[in-house]
Design a protein around this ligand. Structure first.
Ligand code: UT7
Length: 335
């Protein structure tokens, strides 16, 4: 059995900065409400036509592959996590294979929303552990702004989410005290609809029903979130799954060098920080600049933290996520 380590990492965010004041010009919201409830000051939105979820993923992936010191044809498998794919099908994994000009390796898409990246590296880790693959590209990318209700009706959701992409290359590590030590994944489908986007789906309303209704006020095309319920579940599940990961490795909160939580809400990160007694410099947050970028938030934050020199060899880095599904998970990494 091998371990897998992060051998390269990169991110891409669109240049277009959208501040809270910008949003207050198009809906009934304000900077004070957004910052107080979420910590967000600004986010990035793609300018229509300039990028898609897959093209942002490709940009982040190129950086990750180069930093891994690999040729693109040394990538053995592609994992792409997103809730905002370019197409309903096929998923963006194959678009990355095409756009990077990688030989015909396998590509898989992960539909686990905010936990998508943690699920993705868990999957990649198993392929590497088993010896099946040596280098796996894992991407998290989201283009939320294309599908948000940017009116007052949608303000409870639309002020939170932003666009961007992050990517890592996971590579074989022979020393099994290094790299990804473990991942832990969970789901609770009882709450599937509490954070969801129902259309276009093949559930109770079929595509023909939607076409027949032809209703411009159809809200099922927009994400729905029961914010307070999600918040309450998030703080519990984040804490549980971090402890689960630490315990599985005979470690405790005092061993954490850097926690990178999914950037759901600064208040959630602060709650978890307090619960585990971590200092400010032991938790990396960038939701202030980018909002919640769902599957992209951890790889963007991880890359930024690494670029800023906040991760040193031998550090214990903990990733944790919670979101729609509900799904949640953690990864314990010895850098
Ligand atoms: O990444 C996936 C996981 N997602 C999360 O973890 C998100 C978890 N939830 C949250 O972060 C918070 O619940 C929110 C930030 C989404 C909302 O904060 P809240 O404190 O739960 O606010 P609320 O939804 O209870 O709304 C409070 C008030 C309402 O007005 P009334 O009914 O009290 O008059 C809303 O209509 O704030 C109003 N409101 C807004 N006001 C200004 C909702 N959105 C906005 C807005 N600007 N953007």
């Amino acid at each position: 059995m091998y371990n897998s380590k992060i051998s390269g990492l990169g991110y891409f965010v669109p240049d277009n900065v959208v501040t809270n004041d910008d949003l207050s010009k198009i809906m009934d919201t304000n900077d004070e409400w957004i910052q107080e409830r979420t910590g967000i000051k600004e986010r990035r939105h793609v300018i229509k036509g300039e990028d898609t979820t897959s093209t942002m993923g490709v940009k982040a992936a190129r950086i990750a592959i180069e930093r891994a010191g690999l040729d693109k044809d040394e990538i053995d498998f592609i994992v792409f996590a997103t809730l905002s794919p370019d197409y309903y099908f096929p998923g963006p994994g194959v678009l990355v294979q095409r756009d990077l000009g990688i030989k015909t390796v396998g590509a898989i898409d992960i539909r686990n929303q905010c936990s998508g990246f943690v699920y993705g590296i868990s999957l990649a880790d198993q392929y590497i552990k088993s010896g099946m693959y040596r280098n796996v590209l894992v991407i998290g990318s989201e283009l939320h702004s294309a599908g948000l209700d940017m009116t007052t009706r949608g303000r409870g959701v639309s002020v939170i989410f932003g666009d961007g992409a992050g990517a890592v290359v996971l590579s074989r590590e022979e020393d099994n005290t290094k790299g990804i030590l473990s991942t832990h994944l969970h789901s609770e489908g009882a709450h599937a609809e509490e954070l969801s986007l129902i259309a276009p789906g093949m559930g109770k309303r079929w595509v023909l029903d939607i076409l027949e209704d032809n209703d411009p006020n159809d809200e099922s095309y927009y994400p729905y979130m029961n914010g307070q319920f999600v918040f309450k579940n998030a703080v519990v599940r984040f804490s549980e799954v971090i402890m689960e990961g630490l315990k599985a490795n005979n470690l405790g909160p005092a061993d954490i060098d850097l926690l990178i939580p999914h950037q759901a809400n600064l208040r959630i990160s602060q709650f978890v920080q307090k619960k585990f007694g971590l200092r400010d410099d032991q938790v990396y947050n960038n939701i202030m600049k980018y909002g919640n970028t769902t599957a992209a938030s951890i790889p963007i934050a991880l890359t930024e933290a690494w670029e800023l020199g906040k991760i040193k060899e031998g550090d214990l880095v903990v990733l944790a996520a919670f979101g729609s599904g509900f799904t949640w998970g953690s990864a314990i990494i010895r850098w």
